[in-house]
Design a protein around this ligand. Structure first.
Ligand SMILES: [Zn+2]
Length: 302
């Protein structure tokens, strides 16, 4: 007789913006997708502010992002988690890896990395220059040593994504030269502490998802489900980002912004009438959420 199915964990999703500027349409689309997926599953949607990325992060941007989400009806559950308040936990995770002999100091400069790294599917692959040199300089970064081993994840849109850790990803930074814990390791601690069961994020983070899955497995943490949505491109095929001055979204146009986001995510076709208040638009979008309708490419007209 087949075993009784194990009940799934209650869905817990999150949105984790970096407060280096206000939300633009691209980041709204990501927030919206993760919100709809969580609410459609009857789950919780949490908010985390990834504010340990040095001087680019500013508290006023975090406040603006919270206000923008609120104005768009994207109300989160539980208290906002600020990464800057959990640095001790990230450091403890790093200490574990260092005590296990899993990482080493890397003194490569940016120029040296640019010169020696190989192009990979998900970005440059570190050449392993400092792997066996035993550097002792205190102001160096630390990299995690990764083995030649397959790593795979099953994405809800893209299906199975598989890479070789050493060949396609390479040893990656887990502690930066300025002493801060790197994004990959900090995120893994966050997902575990917040009990996140599902990650909805941009496809530009597929390489990060694979690194994080490897770390989660190493620590014995539960691995969440993944859904990577295509990155929103401008009319010239460039990623819409704070760096290329994408226009901030305004709460006064919240309903229009949501409809625009839903259209981009392929979620508006079934609705004849998308007028109405923000909460009505969202309630309808939650009921009808279908990730299979998300287009493979999200582009704005030129
Ligand atoms: Zn190095």
């Amino acid at each position: 007789m087949p075993a009784a199915p194990v009940p799934d964990m209650p869905y817990r999703g999150r949105f984790a913006p970096t407060p280096s500027g206000p939300l633009h349409l691209g980041s709204l689309v990501t927030a919206l997708a993760s919100y709809l997926a969580a609410r459609h599953a009857g789950g919780a949607w949490l908010l985390r502010v990834d504010d340990i990325d040095g001087p680019r992060c500013r508290p006023e941007h975090a406040d603006t992002i919270l206000q923008q989400l609120d104005a768009h009806g994207l109300h989160w559950d539980e208290a906002v988690r600020y990464q800057s308040q959990h640095e001790g936990d990230y450091q403890a995770a790093f200490d574990t890896l260092r005590d296990q002999g899993r990482c080493y100091r890397c003194i490569c400069t940016r120029a040296r990395l640019a010169e020696t790294s190989q192009p990979g599917v998900d970005g440059p692959v570190y050449a392993g220059t400092c792997r066996d040199t035993g550097h002792a300089r205190v102001d160096s970064a630390w990299r995690l040593r990764v083995p030649h081993q397959a790593i795979a994840l099953d994405d809800r849109i893209h299906g199975r994504i598989e890479r070789d850790l050493a060949h396609d990803i390479g040893d990656f930074v887990i502690r930066r030269a300025d002493g801060r814990i790197g994004y990959q390791l900090a995120s893994v601690v966050d997902e575990q502490q917040q009990g996140i069961t599902d990650l909805v994020r941009g496809a530009d983070l597929i390489g990060s998802s694979l690194r994080q899955k490897y770390l989660m497995q190493h620590f014995g943490f539960a691995v969440p489900g993944f859904l990577h949505i295509p990155v929103l491109l401008d009319g010239f095929g460039n990623k819409l980002s704070k760096q290329n001055h994408a226009t901030p979204i305004h709460g006064a146009a919240a309903a229009q912004n949501l409809i625009r986001g839903l259209n981009l995510l392929g979620q508006a076709a079934f609705a004849a009438d998308w007028h109405g208040r923000v909460d009505e638009i969202l309630a309808r979008a939650v009921r009808n959420w279908n990730p299979a309708l998300i287009p493979r490419r999200l582009g704005l007209p030129a």
